[in-house]
Design a protein around this ligand. Structure first.
Ligand code: ATP
Ligand code: MG
Length: 332
């Protein structure tokens, strides 16, 4: 029996390079080794989109296409939709009975998102509770491994605590998962901010055109202390160089770029031009795969419908075990 992976994305817009290095690369790499489920977390997307729920239908398909374009094989991995598996909401409710509000408020992921989104005292009950819903996503699939970006690790830790508590209170039916952070746990934004993020507007989307990529790269921030070509640069602080490290397959060449930047032989304009080409070379096969689905959106829907049907056999089975463990399966 293969071990399981559960991971996913919120359908809040298209996926970007940060999502790729943080989580998607690992999902694609491990899809044959593990039994893999990729959840499109539409209920969780509502925590910040409750006032625009009509956006979800489009974003859901974009996210599915992004994953497929990256090489997720629907014959191997299962892509499924959260709201179509109500057992997840049921498990969320049970977990919420023994999870304290103070532990949620203390969660570093929640804390930094509250700050980033400027929520202050306007925190919705559903938003504060989303680590519980994420714990339900992971544990209902009895996943062993969860490929995520670095920012999500506190949520995995919260999940492990919930599992320990559940298993101690009732019966040992849930599995304590491990997080797996990608090669680059947190990709910086094109503006040099700590995280590439849709809400910060500093992203390169996996579905951007060649022109858009070239243009975004040409406007990228570089080492602020390198003004003239001949100035000695600090590549380790330069977003352009950090992208080279993430996407340049030929490491020897990346090493040479670093040497030339350090010694003032290479200018930022040249670096950006080359990076644009590197990223487009990486993105071209993704664009090609995406086109097939864009031409026939019903293919995407078919994948989501059959994936959700398959995944639901598991969510139904686990919820039965949970009810039994809690002794609330009154009528058999
Ligand atoms: P954004 O912040 O751009 O709105 P998001 O964080 O809302 O994106 P999620 O759907 O919450 O996107 O995250 C999906 C996965 O991608 C998570 O595992 C998250 O850690 C990872 N991820 C998101 N942004 C980055 C990044 N800049 N670098 C590495 N991983 C990332
Ligand atoms: Mg997020």
């Amino acid at each position: 029996m293969k071990k399981r992976i559960l991971t996913g994305d919120r359908p809040t817009g298209k996926l970007h390079l940060g999502h790729f290095v943080g989580s998607i690369a690992n999902r694609v790499k491990l899809q044959n080794t593990y039994e893999e489920y990729v959840l499109i977390a539409d209920v969780q997307a509502l925590t910040t989109n409750f006032d625009h729920p009509e956006k979800l239908a489009g974003d859901l398909r974009e996210i599915a296409m992004d994953n497929l374009a990256c090489g997720l094989d629907p014959q191997v991995a299962t892509i499924c939709v959260q709201s179509k598996m109500p057992e997840i909401s049921e498990l969320t409710t049970y977990f919420s009975m023994f999870t304290t509000v103070s532990s949620l408020r203390r969660n570093p992921t929640i804390k930094s998102e509250i700050e980033q989104l400027g929520m202050k005292d306007n925190i919705m009950y559903g938003f504060l509770g989303y680590p519980i819903s994420q714990a339900a996503d992971i544990t209902i699939f009895k996943a062993h491994l969860v490929p995520v970006g670095e920012d999500q690790m506190p949520i995995i830790e919260a999940t492990r605590e919930i599992v320990r508590r559940f298993n101690r209170l009732y019966k040992k039916v849930l599995i304590e998962p491990e997080g797996l952070v990608g090669k680059i746990g947190r990709l910086v934004g094109t503006d040099g901010q700590a995280k590439m993020s849709k809400s910060l507007g500093n992203v390169i989307y996996l579905s951007d055109s060649e022109k858009a990529v070239e243009q975004k790269v040409s406007q990228m921030f570089t080492d602020p202390q390198k003004i003239r070509l001949s100035d000695k640069g600090h590549p380790d602080r330069c977003p352009v160089y950090l992208y080279y490290l993430a996407f340049y397959a030929d490491k020897a060449e990346a090493h040479q770029i670093k040497k030339d930047c350090l010694s003032g032989k290479r200018g930022c304009v040249e670096c950006k031009k080359d990076l644009g080409a590197v990223l487009n070379k990486f993105l071209n096969p993704l664009r090609e795969k995406r086109r097939k689905f864009e031409k026939k959106l019903s293919l995407v829907d078919d994948i989501l419908i059959s994936g959700t049907k398959k995944a639901r056999t598991i969510t139904k089975q686990t919820i039965e075990e949970v009810r039994e463990a809690m002794k609330i399966n009154y009528f058999k």
